[in-house]
Design a protein. Sequence first.
Length: 184
Amino acid sequence: MVKELTGTDRRKRILFLMRESDTPLSGTQLGKETGVSRQVVVQDIALLRTEGYPIVSTARGYFLAEPKQAVRLIKVCHTDEQVEEELTTIVDLGGSILNVVVNHKAYGKLEASLNIRNRRDVQKFVSDLKTGKSTPLLNVTSGYHFHKIAAESEEILDEIEDALRDKSFLAELLPYENLDFPLK
């Protein structure tokens, strides 16, 4: 029996299952794995597609049409004025910023999908922030935040970490900071 997941957790689980599978997964299979009906899975797939995930439907089921990538969780700290420099550093070295996560003492873990893959995405994100309608999540945790980043290889992720360290953006992940979500 699968424990009941929140919608966000269920969609993360669906993505995880698709990334781990070498074959398409049917809506029925995904429903059994997440404890919901096939129709709920169809709705979740639609939501994931609107978030930018390249999910393909076939007669045999769903699969994620993204190349296999190395994925790493990094902890960084910087100011609002350094957001563009941080993101540009990552994409210029061949990385993608999949999300941003903060660990707030009162609210717990807050996560937002970013899917920033190139300079155009960085510019759009920074431009949206400059409208003043919202501020970066890093503001609720004194500049500290996490990113799940992806690249073609572990070596590229190492280069990204080195570059962020050189710019004094990289922060040490503390032993108690378990964000409890799959990296793949």
